[in-house]
Design a protein around this ligand. Sequence first.
Ligand code: FS2
Ligand code: SF4
Length: 570
Amino acid sequence: MFCFQCEQTKSRRGCVTVGVCGKSAQVAALQDLLIYVLRGLAMHASRAMDMGLYESADCDLFVRKAMFSTLTNVNFDQDRFPEYIRQAVEYRDSIRSALQKAYENTGTPFPDVLNQGPAVWKPEKGYNDLEYLENEGHEVGVLEDQDIYGPDVNGVRYMTIYGIKGLAAYSVHAESLGEDDPLVSKFILQTLDFLETGDEADRHDLGINLQKALDVGTTNLRVMELLDRGHRKMFGIPTPTNVCTTPKEGKCILVSGHDMVDLHLLLQATENTGIHVYTHGEMMPAHMYPGLNKFKSLAGHFGGAWQNQRIDFATFPGPVLASTNCVIEPLKSYRERLYTLNDTGVHDVKHIDLHNPKHMASLLEHTNSLPGFDIKTAAKYEDKKFVVGFGREVILQHAEQVLQAVQNGDLRRICVIGGCDGSEHKRNYFTNLASSLPTQTLILTLGCAKYRINHLDFGTLGDTGIPRLLDMGQCNDSYGAIMVAKELAGALDTDINSLPLSISLSWFEQKAVAVLLSLLSLGVKNIKLGPVMPAFLTPGVRQALEDTYGIVPTDIRHPDDDMEDMMKGL
Ligand code: FS2
Ligand code: SF4
């Protein structure tokens, strides 16, 4: 195996025998094979679109869900991937048949390019032979492409693929909230096709590949806009809300991941049943939505960021639902209480669909068979006083006050410190960076990176009453931070780079890659990216990005120096 798609990759180069995340070589190969077959599907779909022959909302959603399944810490279940691969081949071949007929009717020869590689790959030994599929996957991974394109271009090509994985994940969320745009799937399919069959010189050109990656960022902005709209339409405008972290006596279910629709289904099913629902990790911002916090069954938040799940899930006295990333191989102590949803999977862990009444009923039955919190245990958990819900609307209500504070020097800088969290000790950098900021700063946070700073008391900005730490939500809510920057720039009649704004982006997985590409597509400069730079970017490409966009790695040993740079706008 070779995988370098996330920040924690082995030795900052790539995981080669087993993932640091726990992904086995077999799952890695099956995921590589799935991406390969999806490329073959895209080669056909892109041409079918050009000929007006492509009409498949089902296929569009499938492609995005399949990409989502390959994100870091989403699906570790080797038994699920043959089915994804089978469906990809089936969709590809049905588009192929339509294309073949169209070419026959016009008397034009079928394109050669559709008679090779991922366009025609089939499992000679069927879909049940995992070892065979694994071996096929080992032939079509990152390193094979590197032999063709060289490390610089190949790294950028994979940045494009990882960005597409991230935007695919965001768009699956948006779709489940009732928001979709066919142009998003069109972009995904055409870009995957370009990587396979675009003009040969273009495919080897670094500049053209960098532009393709930026195009991912532009499309991701559209996806994040849909996601923002979907959340608001379904659950209302976020408002500042105190989150209770002291459990209540009674039966309980814990929900991790990002999927608010799943949480909503669960809250509807548990209301007035006496079962309490708690959020974990990236689900904490659920408490900011009026359409979710109106449920009495939403009892509070339990635990910390995703990397603490083995401790948090082991001590939780009820079932735990992993709605999306980041899930990790469970300990024996809670394996039987863990459920995966959607495209998330762990081998031999129950996988359910909350839309299915039978699955929901058996989950509630299981919940009632478990002890839940007793008064004594519940009392052991202190109230941590988290406040969520500073969405773009709330912050922009104070825009005039913020601009006034900038003008009179009470506010020197707005610092965005957000993104992902992870288990590495070096991520304390973000805690130290935030702590070292002068009091004349506001800190916007989002994503699970918030857990590095939300336990600290930053007070308020001068006598404005505005809390210095403003939690805008999940990583899925990054659009809100971008909108705040755009609106403030508009009010000052300037551009984002001229605002007193600094961004320190904590990245871990591929959604963060998509967000980074969105920021770059907007021309945002001087982002500090950490805790370490992506292994898929070679030193030459990193330098090119630094020269053009001023992206620099965080100085993890010297957060004070980074703080001083940020205050100077560097
Ligand atoms: Fe956090 Fe993990 Fe949110 Fe990422 S829970 S690092 O995949 O999506 O951010
Ligand atoms: Fe390694 Fe990250 Fe890939 Fe897992 S997802 S195998 S940790 S690079």
